[in-house]
Design a protein around this ligand. Sequence first.
Ligand SMILES: NC(=O)c1ccc[n+]([C@@H]2O[C@H](COP(=O)([O-])OP(=O)(O)OC[C@H]3O[C@@H](n4cnc5c(N)ncnc54)[C@H](OP(=O)(O)O)[C@@H]3O)[C@@H](O)[C@H]2O)c1
Length: 220
Amino acid sequence: MKTKQTIAIIGASGNMGSAIARSLAGGNYRLLLYSTHKEKTAVVLQSIHTANPNAEAESLECSTQASWEADIIILAVPYAAEKEVAEKIREVANQKIVISISNPLNETYTGLVTAPGSSAGEELQQLLPHSKVVKAFNTTYAADFAIPIIDGKQVDGFIAGNDEEALQTVKHIVATAGFNPVIAGDLSVSRTLESMQSLLISLTIKNGYNWHAGWKLLHN
Ligand SMILES: NC(=O)c1ccc[n+]([C@@H]2O[C@H](COP(=O)([O-])OP(=O)(O)OC[C@H]3O[C@@H](n4cnc5c(N)ncnc54)[C@H](OP(=O)(O)O)[C@@H]3O)[C@@H](O)[C@H]2O)c1
């Protein structure tokens, strides 16, 4: 059996952080949960242990400590908080996989605030130059994690990154969460993935979809 990997989830009390934590709790991972309000993290932890009594999950009171202990770090915080979090974890995230899930949306959810020719994923790589940043989970809504099947089809989970081994590791994480993993390209493909989610959000609002929607690539 493969060695159990440790995943730190920074922002574990949020919609996405808690959904990711719950969905990975049944996998062969040790989970370290952190968010700024530890009482909210405690609620998530309790729900994990209720659903999966054997889950190896605990909450830590410091993002640096959680990241130091982890093999893989998931930043489940708002785009605007990523710089601050990156500064706290930079030294302990050396050579580790850091998963960027953010969508850098503007205040009206009508577009992205990142400069043309860039993306939140690439910005995070610049903030963490010695880490292996991989884009994943940004094209899936938090509600999709509970049921990653829509209209009878398994929702795709798109992944982008520059390091082949890191991509394979994240592919396994995305599959464990219940999605069909699709490696879409190098980290610059984050631009497309973040635009895809901006489009899905616009269409969800415009057409009144519920928030259980997602992307599926159809092919023969
Ligand atoms: N919601 C979705 O369906 C969805 C889908 C795809 C991608 N995303 C992306 O996922 C990320 C999280 O979204 P969300 O909807 O889960 O947001 P959310 O519910 O507001 O959760 C944000 C989390 O980040 C934590 N946080 C905020 N500021 C922080 C800081 N400065 N340092 C450390 N932790 C901080 C919060 O902790 P406290 O609660 O303790 O303050 C909370 O745990 C965003 O980047 C978003 O673009 C969201």
